[in-house]
Ligand binder design. Structure first.
Ligand SMILES: Cc1ncc(COP(=O)(O)O)c(C=O)c1O
Length: 390
């Protein structure tokens, strides 16, 4: 079935009665009662038994996990309290002191911070690659390399890594490939179809889509990998709350429609920005001339909703622009129905510091725009007035 159809049909657990609710019931219970001590003890064995305690599993959260696993083409999933919960949970589960990680140089600042922390405090060695050439990974890979960490569409440069090439290289060396698919969503890319082992999301972004809930998920290509990560996530306690899971499920049926509009708006605005005299560069992977254009056409079915750009006046002009927009809002997120602008160097990517920002291709004045689902002509009028106002 097409994604547009699958997104509408949540994988809900059957109810014992003769009819089924169309919406997923919110099971707002911290614990579940049993009739026998043996049954309760037996349920502690793993993630797939009867529900015991909502940090270990919950029916509303399970509906989200099953639905997202199906949309990503994975075997199983674990939902988290946030995208960072998912990323930290996966990395802490797969890595030990002395292990080696290869990661894409342009990464979300929070992920970069986790990797830096793992290096500084836990003796994990981290090296970075551009991501468009598997040979670069081949040169760095060692017997201790455990994880390759990538972003399908890198935040905020729009860089697209060579997912098929890198995933295949990782597999050849027994390295687990983890792909953050937050900015593409399974509508534009399903990294497991290109060989990824784990797909993580900030469901806060496009999946939930309405800027009203934080969440994260890790989807696993096989159940054995899920079972390696699950015990750590129970220990970390970064579990998804049933109501947060419900809000995320509430957003999913419209995901394909929203993505279509995000992409259409971004295409129009990226094209017009590229022609504007005050704009010196536009970063949108489906714009001809973007360094990832060929790869993006290969692995994505749309350019995504995030457009970044540089202004002739540099950092001062970028920061002035984000204060001048009226319809777009100055806020630190993306993927919601409303258009948001931000200045990554001082916010989402501040952890990178000057040198790492430059290496990742993030300018001091780069403006990031998460294009919402408003009419693009209204957004363009807003952008124009913010660009020309003295
Ligand atoms: C690509 C990417 N991954 C992960 C995260 C972290 O997600 P959360 O804010 O839900 O913890 C973000 C947040 O901006 C992001 O952009």
């Amino acid at each position: 079935m097409d994604m547009q159809t699958r997104a509408v049909h949540i994988l809900n657990e059957p109810m014992p009665s003769g009819s089924q609710p169309l919406s997923v019931p919110i099971v707002q219970s911290s614990a579940f009662a049993f009739d026998s001590a043996d049954a309760l003890a037996g349920a502690m064995a793993g993630p797939d038994g009867p529900y015991v305690y909502s940090r270990r599993g919950n029916p509303t959260v399970r509906a989200l996990e099953r639905t997202l696993a199906a949309l990503e083409g994975g075997a199983a999933a674990i939902a988290f309290a946030s995208g960072m919960g998912a990323i930290s949970g996966v990395l802490l589960s797969l890595l030990r002191p002395g292990d080696h990680v290869v990661a894409q140089r342009c990464l979300y600042g929070g992920t970069y911070a986790v990797l830096s922390d793992l290096a500084a405090r836990y003796g994990v060695e981290v090296e970075y690659v551009r991501g468009d050439d598997p040979a670069e990974f081949e040169r760095l890979v060692r017997p201790t390399t455990r994880v390759l960490h990538l972003e399908t569409i890198a935040n905020p440069t729009g860089q697209v890594p060579d997912l098929p090439g890198l995933s295949a290289a990782a597999r050849r060396h027994g390295v687990v490939s983890v792909v953050d698919n937050s900015l593409a969503s399974p509508v534009l890319c399903r990294p497991m179809e290109h060989g990824a082992d784990v797909v993580v999301h900030s469901t806060t972004k496009y999946l939930a889509g309405h800027s009203d809930v934080l969440g994260g998920v890790a989807v696993f290509a096989d159940v054995e990998l899920r079972d390696r990560v699950w015990p750590r996530t129970v220990e970390l306690g970064a579990c998804a709350d049933p109501f947060a899971a419900w809000l995320t499920l509430r957003g999913l049926p419209s995901l394909p429609l929203r993505m279509r509009q995000h992409c259409a708006g971004a295409r129009l605005l990226a094209g017009r920005l590229a022609e504007h005299e005050q704009v010196t560069a536009v970063h949108w992977p489906w714009l001809p001339g973007h360094p990832s254009y060929d790869l993006a056409r290969k692995v994505l079915s749309g350019g995504g909703g995030m457009v970044s750009f540089e202004l002739a006046g540099g950092r001062a002009a970028g920061r002035a622009f984000i204060e001048r927009v009226r319809l777009a809002r100055l806020a630190l997120s993306l993927g919601g129905v409303e258009t948001l602008v931000a200045h990554p160097a001082s916010t989402s990517h501040r952890e990178l510091g000057e040198e790492a920002l430059a290496a990742a291709g993030i300018g001091a004045g780069t403006v990031r725009m998460s294009v919402g689902i408003e009419h693009p002509d209204d957004l363009w009028r807003d952008i124009e007035q913010a660009l020309v106002r003295p």
